[in-house]
Design a binder for this molecule. Structure first.
Ligand code: ADP
Length: 232
């Protein structure tokens, strides 16, 4: 709890001075590009890059530490519309990569709308990002969770892609903070996306894990409790 509090306060309080540094470094880049010497242009370029990266890290850290802070504010959430909204937010990447994304029938669950949106957005954006040579194909489906004793009260949602895949030996590690399997210049990112997904799912009393996609690529699976009326 202390660490959570620290992450929240740190990321929150760091945002403000960072915004200031960011603003001025960008101003330097804009106003003085080509007016100093080549070294200066290069150094300012690195500073802009570093500041952007720190901004991204702090934003993600803040998102991470905010999960669960709303208490257990729970409403009925239709996962189809959550998935579709997440897709809309990613429409540029979908268009750029020529991806096809199919959203099958998904349950309505009780939970926090904002957090569940973050979950879908992170998983879909990873499916688009970690693509191979073929255009991404992502399939979102669900089925009642048969493994649970309370079968029918839990659903298992799958997000399957045809991307570069994840070796089974990394299956646990990728859910830990800042853990990434690839070079940043190949696939940009902070390594906070999956820890956010894990925290959201666990805050909803579910589990999340990864499996290889039999046809190549990756399947992320998570369970969520459904609303009573759906639990037949
Ligand atoms: P980020 O996307 O910022 O790198 P994540 O926490 O979302 O961080 O993911 C951690 C790592 O797991 C990624 O860097 C990547 O190596 C691997 N990964 C995540 N999703 C996928 C996927 N759909 N296909 C292949 N590798 C993935």
């Amino acid at each position: 709890a202390d660490l959570e509090q620290f992450a929240y306060v740190a990321s929150h309080d760091l945002s403000e001075p960072l915004r200031m540094v960011s603003g001025f470094v960008q101003l330097l880049a804009k106003r003085y590009h080509g007016k100093l010497d080549a070294d200066a242009d290069e150094f300012i370029g690195y500073a802009v890059e570093g500041v952007n990266r720190m901004q991204e890290l702090i934003d993600d850290l803040l998102t991470f530490s905010r999960i669960g802070r709303d208490g257990r504010e729970s409403v009925d959430v239709d996962l189809v519309s959550v998935a579709q909204r997440a897709l809309k937010a990613l429409s540029t990447q979908v268009a750029e990569t020529g991806a096809t994304v199919e959203v099958g029938s998904l349950p309505t669950v009780r939970g926090n709308q904002r957090e569940l949106s973050q979950l879908f957005q992170n998983l879909l954006s990873n499916g688009l990002k970690f693509r191979g040579t073929a255009a991404p194909r992502i399939l979102v489906t669900s089925q009642p969770d048969e493994h649970e004793e309370s079968a029918g009260a839990q659903w298992e949602v799958s997000v399957a892609d045809n991307g570069i895949g994840i070796a089974p030996r990394h299956a646990e590690r990728i859910f830990k903070m800042f853990q990434r399997l690839h070079m940043r210049d190949l696939y940009p990112g902070t390594g906070i996306g999956l820890p956010i997904c894990k925290k959201v799912v666990e805050h909803h009393d579910g589990r999340i894990w990864v499996e290889p996609n039999p046809g190549g690529g990756t399947v992320f699976k998570f369970t969520l409790p459904t609303v009573e009326s759906d639990a037949r």
